[in-house]
Design a protein around this ligand. Structure first.
Ligand SMILES: [Zn+2]
Length: 233
């Protein structure tokens, strides 16, 4: 006959009971002295694990059941095994949770990333009306509605100031009002729209930091530039 308990808590209870009963029988029979010499650690470990390698008829079991030294070691080993199994249970329980958490974080990040990516590529349409802006030249920015643009790809439509000439215009976002530090620019032909001339350019402000800039329009034929204060959000 061989030890064939399954590793369940009920089987463990039975094992405990069996050892206790065995021991009790010995004690009642007055055979409290262990038979033979102490078995090696390997055997005790197998016994603690209820290894199938051990036959119940093995005399070393009798010894272990009656020897205080072996019994103490056996109990310690069983305690170790139990805590190891508990750790395994914890790992098996926690690991799938961690996988789920990691997956959720990944999905959330990827989702956010995708959202950002599409937000990044979205073209924002914005119209700036300079119709009433005074035509101040060069270093004199006109006072006008505050122009504020997002840090995005902007389809910028500008209603040029009254009396603006038709023709090709260069529209730029610059750091200063002398045309230095061009952040973005686009060139287009003005469209006559009733009295007004409008230009519509696509400018990329994705890399622009929030702050104060200038929006300039330059008529390509006479090279006159007008600068207007601009905020990038
Ligand atoms: Zn012993």
């Amino acid at each position: 006959m061989r030890l064939g308990w399954r590793r369940s808590s009920r089987a463990e209870d039975r094992f405990e009971t069996w050892i206790a009963q065995r021991h009790q029988a010995r004690v009642l029979a007055g055979e409290t002295n262990p038979v033979g010499s102490c078995p090696d650690e390997g055997f005790l470990q197998d016994l603690a694990r209820k290894s199938k390698r051990i036959a119940l008829s093995d005399p070393r079991i009798d010894h272990a059941a009656n020897c205080p030294t072996c019994m103490a070691r056996l109990l310690a080993l069983r305690q170790e095994n139990r805590s190891r199994q508990r750790k395994l249970v914890v790992i098996l329980t926690v690991a799938p949770c961690l996988v789920i958490v990691v997956a959720l974080v990944f999905v959330a990040r990827y989702g956010v990333h995708r959202e950002r990516l599409s937000a990044n590529l979205a073209v924002v349409s914005q119209t700036v009306n300079l119709w009433h802006a005074g035509t101040f030249r060069g270093a004199q920015p006109g006072s006008l509605q505050s122009v504020s643009l997002p840090p995005a790809i902007v389809r910028l439509t500008i209603i040029l100031p009254r009396f603006s000439e038709p023709g090709q215009y260069l529209v730029a976002v610059t750091r200063d009002q002398n045309g230095n530090g061009v952040v973005a620019e686009g060139s287009t032909k003005a469209n006559a729209n009733g009295e007004a001339e409008t230009v519509s350019v696509r400018i990329d402000l994705r890399d622009a930091k929030a702050g104060a800039y200038f929006l300039s329009t330059t008529h390509e034929q006479d090279q006159t530039s007008y600068y207007y204060p601009l905020q990038i959000r």
